[in-house]
Design a protein around this ligand. Structure first.
Ligand code: NAD
Ligand code: UDP
Length: 344
């Protein structure tokens, strides 16, 4: 199949392109490069053994809010399915600049869906997030867990796009919509050639630890050690980005020929604390990682992990890689590329 991957040069998108190509699909990437680099395309070709001039991966520098640019892509390429990774994702920034988030994420998703409708492409997989569950009453979180109050505009944009796509299906039942709610993606491709390349100070735990390990930051601030968890630090469901990418390939099988709207949690179903991650990373990089206990971060909850059994039942997918694998691959990427993709 030919897959339009919006946001395909980004962290999760690039890993998904590798898995799609390895599963025999062709990819057409549309990305405005607002948070990624074009060099990623060469890395994907290298990992998958494709030649420089292969037709199996194409790149358009395009913004999904630009309907004319999208029309050009749909006219030139015979697209079967769209995967939409394109979006801004920093929670704090979304609180400071909510309009940018609604415009980019929601506005972009609407323009993309309109372009799909204009060209008769009615199959979409959307990158959603566990954040849509808010602060759930019961852990583990299943797909039936009620959507609670969402605390920031980033999460709101994801919940809104989920609703928009479900409304579009209600209006035209020929659509097939898969909503994938990711838990905490970390790690990198085992080649060390692609990985997460955060700008500025990382917001998330593992990219921060990676920068401490490589000597770019002095110590990790552990945000609270007085939660009601087994060691007092926050517990999350970390998932290897390659497992997550494979979840998209599995979702493709569900999408066609006819699936309506489907929702899946993509996580391991297992919680790990901040200290578990720190220790696993120390094991991976072979050095001690300095840390200091800090106050809790506003908005954080104590424990969050999913029940991923629906994805296993219906997609035949489950996460295979361990926390040790995640940290080893993160370290390989970070130590091979201390400055990420650099200034290229
Ligand atoms: P990323 O920033 O690495 O990738 C997103 C890509 O989208 C970037 O390449 C960026 O340049 C592009 N983009 C942004 N706005 C665009 C626009 N208007 N038009 C075209 N391209 C645009 O982020 P990621 O970590 O790979 O996340 C991918 C998706 O998964 C995002 O939608 C994010 O919200 C969602 N998600 C991520 C996480 C996570 O922890 N990384 C967790 C849950 C959900
Ligand atoms: N965390 C931390 N120090 C950091 C970043 C995160 O202690 O510098 C903790 C955070 O409080 C949470 C866990 O690590 O318990 C995961 O945070 P992250 O931001 O990676 O993911 P999310 O909050 O989205 O689950």
């Amino acid at each position: 199949m030919s897959i339009l991957v919006a946001g395909g040069t980004g962290y999760i998108g690039s890993h998904t392109c590798v898995e799609l190509i390895e599963a025999g699909h062709d990819v057409v990437i549309a990305d405005n490069l607002s948070n990624s680099k074009e060099v990623v395309i060469d890395k994907i070709k290298h990992i998958t053994g494709l030649s420089e001039d292969t037709p199996r991966i194409k790149f358009y520098e395009a913004d999904i809010r630009d309907g004319a640019a999208l029309d050009e892509i749909f006219e030139k390429e015979a697209i079967d399915v769209v995967i939409n990774f394109a979006g801004k994702k920093a929670v704090g920034e979304s609180v400071e600049c909510p309009l940018d988030y609604y415009e980019n994420n929601v506005g972009g998703a609407v323009e993309l869906a309109k372009a799909m409708a204009r060209h008769g492409v009615k199959n979409i997989i959307f990158s959603s997030t566990a954040t849509v569950y808010g602060e759930p009453d019961v852990i583990p979180v299943t797909e039936e867990t009620p959507i609670k109050k969402i605390f920031h505009p980033y999460g709101q944009t994801k919940a809104m796009i989920e609703q928009i796509l479900q409304d579009q299906y209600a209006a035209d039942p020929e659509w097939n919509v898969v909503l994938l709610r990711y838990f905490n993606p970390i790690g990198a491709h085992e080649s060390g050639l692609i990985g997460e390349d955060p700008k500025g100070i990382p917001n998330n735990l593992v990219p921060y630890i990676a920068q401490v390990a490589v000597g770019k930051r002095e110590f990790l601030g552990v945000f609270g050690d007085d939660y009601e968890t087994y060691d007092g630090t926050g517990v999350r469901d970390y998932i290897h980005v390659v497992d997550l990418a494979k979840g998209h390939v599995a979702a493709l099988k569900k999408l066609l020929p006819k699936s309506g709207v489907s929702i899946y949690n993509l996580g391991t179903g297992k919680g790990s604390s901040v200290m578990d991650v720190l220790r696993a990373y120390e094991g991976a990089c072979g050095k001690e990682i300095p840390y200091r206990i800090m106050p809790r971060r506003a908005g954080d909850i104590a424990i969050y992990y999913c029940d991923a059994s629906k994805a296993l039942r219906e997609l035949g997918w489950k996460a295979e890689k361990t926390l040790e694998d995640m940290c080893a691959d993160s370290w390989k990427w970070q130590s091979m590329n201390p400055d990420g993709y650099g200034d290229v």
